[in-house]
Design a protein around this ligand. Structure first.
Ligand code: SF4
Length: 171
């Protein structure tokens, strides 16, 4: 009988891509996209990713192999590793394990959870954290994508002025 994955070690993984994500001032990112999101935000840009079955269930070792392989092809280009979805914090322990193995890169996590609901171990170890749901009526046309969302660097909330002057000292 095949071994079932440990609950804290699996992730519904969708894809990896190399991108400038929302703000080119943050540089070039390796994007780790997971599937599954409990919210149904109106105007969601990635509604297919709300369904976990869009992705594939893999464990953190398999995902690290995929990330390392992609980095071996393009590590000179990459400034950041970005975790988004879907909702990366459906898999908080698995995501945290991966973040801690990538500490030579800037790590960025986008979550629909509010800051107070994000586990402390994530807040303490991710470099940049964007929190809050996407709200179509509050679209900003810049980073972050809706004005209710907050951005934290090294667990410190950025002011609007700091957001308008990215990149600031991020590490
Ligand atoms: S949190 Fe993000 S992925 Fe989830 S429904 Fe809202 S916009 Fe879509």
């Amino acid at each position: 009988m095949p071994m079932l994955p440990r609950k804290d070690d699996w992730i519904y993984f969708s894809f990896l891509s190399v991108s400038t994500i929302d703000d080119p001032m943050l540089g070039i990112s390796l994007v780790v996209c997971v599937s599954g999101c409990p919210r149904q935000c109106e105007g969601c840009h990635t509604p297919h990713l709300q369904n976990v079955e869009y992705g594939k269930l893999i464990n953190t070792s398999e995902l690290m192999c995929k990330i390392k392989y992609q980095l071996s092809l393009s590590s000179d280009l990459i400034d950041n590793i970005v975790f988004l979805g879907g909702e990366p914090l459906l898999y908080p322990l698995a995501i945290h394990s991966i973040i801690t193995q990538l500490n030579e890169y800037r790590t960025i996590l986008y979550t629909g959870y509010d800051y107070d609901d994000v586990p402390d171990y994530i807040k303490n170890d991710v470099d940049i954290l964007k929190t809050g749901e996407w709200v179509e009526d509050l679209e900003s046309n810049k980073f972050p994508a809706s004005t209710n969302q907050e951005v934290y660097i090294n667990n410190k909330l950025l002011t609007n002025e700091e957001l308008n002057n990215l990149p600031i000292n991020m590490r």
